[in-house]
Ligand binder design. Structure first.
Ligand code: ADP
Length: 495
């Protein structure tokens, strides 16, 4: 082996060695590179995980805060609900604001509150609520509002709640509020009842770390609305109550006036009865003399009288009788009205009374060929009455029925029981009574203006007397009538 061959071998070996080493170095380099990129990836993943962990912590904290906020809101809502209930049951305006006490304000998460009503006439704010302020502070704030009344009445009329927490960006208006009301955060809400004065509700706190949230603002707006509603209710109630009082007063006054008028009417009526009674008495004495003298003259004891004179004396006698009857009726009406008549009541057989009356009136019945029918069944033919007075009732009513019934007509007297009383009906087939006169005929001197009345004499006292007698028996009398068909006079009597 020569040296050149050896050198070549060594050189080749060295070359191979270099190539091999290069390959080795290159593969290591690659591995290092791969490792590096793995490290980078891991680093990134680690950073991301860290970020996520931070996010989780942040979200958790936010959730906690939201939960706290929610709890606070629920508590406030409960407080507000109780307050609304208390206010809605109050119907006195000055009591409404008293319901907003320090405990409730605390439950709303605040510690200061004031309310004012704007008095339009006096152009002044009236303090209606003050919690968390001394009297002097409250008065100072009230004067402050008065001084800035344009701004604050404009605020009311804008009908919008404002809330604020102290910050550098605040304008002077807000800065004034922080200063005057001595707070760091506040809500100012208008009180807007539909009736009467409007106002302002202020709520605030001076805790720097308890800023007013949107939720607080909403709640206080609701409270101001509730206040407005409660004031409106109280004012409407007050109005209704006043109207009722006025009405009651008027009714009382009218009742008093009416009772005075009634007293007066009673007095006048008593005086009239007295007058009628004394005039009737005065008339009776000369009437008795006239009748007496006329009788003596007509007997001829004082000398013979010619036939013509006799006829006139008889007329004097007849008219005196009529006048005496009239005076007696008047006297009886006056006596019954003044309660001076003495009634002697006993159980009387009505059939007998009616038969006597029919007998008495038979000449008139015969003259007009009027049939008088009776229907007084057993059980309703006995009444507890003053016989003489009830006989007068039948005489008057049947006599009237004859008077106002044309020839060949029918008159029916019937009776039936009504509870403890007896009802008697006297019906005729006469001319009837116009509807508008049916009440008036029981009044003194009232007579329907018709042909029969123009031809026949009458006083208009008969039915008044009848009514008085029936009422003295605690009964009632009424008439049902149809013109040209007939009338039914009905009355009740005790059994
Ligand atoms: P007088 O019969 O004297 O007129 P009354 O008091 O008895 O007075 O009656 C008052 C009026 O009532 C009568 O004038 C008459 O117009 C009316 N009247 C009474 N009874 C009847 C009757 N049965 N039918 C129709 N009208 C009657």
């Amino acid at each position: 082996m020569n040296a050149e061959y050896i050198v070549n071998i060594v050189g080749l070996s060295a070359l191979f060695a270099i190539i091999y080493l290069s390959i080795l170095v290159m593969s290591k380099m690659k591995k290092i590179q791969d490792l590096n990129s793995d490290v980078n990836r891991l680093q990134k993943a680690l950073e991301e995980t860290d970020e996520q962990a931070k996010l989780v912590v942040r979200t958790d904290m936010e959730l906690n805060r939201a939960q706290e906020e929610l709890d606070k809101k629920i508590k406030s809502l409960y407080a507000l609900q109780n307050l609304s209930r208390a206010m809605s049951t109050t119907l006195e305006e000055n009591q409404i604001f008293k319901k907003i006490d320090p405990a409730i304000i605390k439950e709303l998460g605040l510690d200061k509150s004031m309310a004012f009503l704007w008095e339009e006439n006096a152009k002044k704010f009236q303090l209606t609520l003050s919690v968390g302020y001394s009297e002097a502070d409250a008065e100072e704030i009230r004067s402050f509002l008065d001084y800035n009344q344009d701004a604050y009445t404009n605020f009311i009329n804008a009908e919008k709640t404002i809330s604020s927490t102290l910050s550098k960006k605040d304008d002077t208006g807000k800065l004034n509020i922080y200063n005057k009301f001595k707070v760091n955060s506040f809500v100012l809400s208008p009180i807007l009842p539909k009736e009467g004065s409007k106002g302002i509700l202020f709520m605030g706190t001076d805790y720097a770390d308890a800023p007013i949230t949107e939720g607080d603002k909403e709640l206080i707006t609701i409270l101001a609305n509730e206040l407005g509603q409660a004031l409106e209710n109280a004012r409407l109630f007050e109005k209704t109550w006043k109207a009722q009082q006025e009405l009651e007063k008027k009714v009382e006054e009218r009742t008093h006036e009416l009772s005075l008028a009634l007293e007066e009417v009673k007095k006048v009526s008593a005086r009239k009865t007295e007058f009628v009674s004394s005039v009737s008495h005065e008339l009776r004495t000369p009437l008795t003399s006239i009748k007496g003298y006329a009788s003596i003259l007509s007997t001829g004891k004082l000398g013979a009288i010619p036939e013509e004179v006799k006829l006139r004396i008889e007329k004097i006698n007849k008219h005196s009788d009529e006048l005496a009857q009239f005076v007696n009726d008047l006297l009886d009406i006056a006596r019954i009205e003044s309660g001076r008549i003495s009634m002697s009541q006993s159980s009387e057989d009505l059939k007998k009374i009616v038969a006597e009356v029919a007998d008495l009136l038979s000449p008139q019945l015969k003259e007009k060929q009027i049939e008088l029918k009776f229907d007084l069944p057993a059980g309703s033919d006995v009444a507890y009455v003053d016989r003489g007075q009830i006989k007068r009732v039948f005489i008057n009513l049947i006599n009237n029925a004859i008077k106002f019934t044309p020839e060949k007509g029918t008159i029916t007297v019937s009776s039936h029981k009504i509870n403890k009383d007896i009802q008697i009906d006297i019906s005729d087939t006469g001319c009837g009574i116009p509807q508008e006169a049916q009440n008036a005929i029981f009044e003194e001197f009232y007579r329907v203006d018709n042909l029969i009345n123009q031809q026949l004499k009458g006083t208009g006292l008969g039915l008044t007397l009848v009514k008085n007698i029936i009422e003295a028996h605690k009964g009632k009398i009424w008439v049902k009538s149809q013109e040209a068909k007939g009338s039914t006079f009905s009355f009740t009597l005790p059994q």
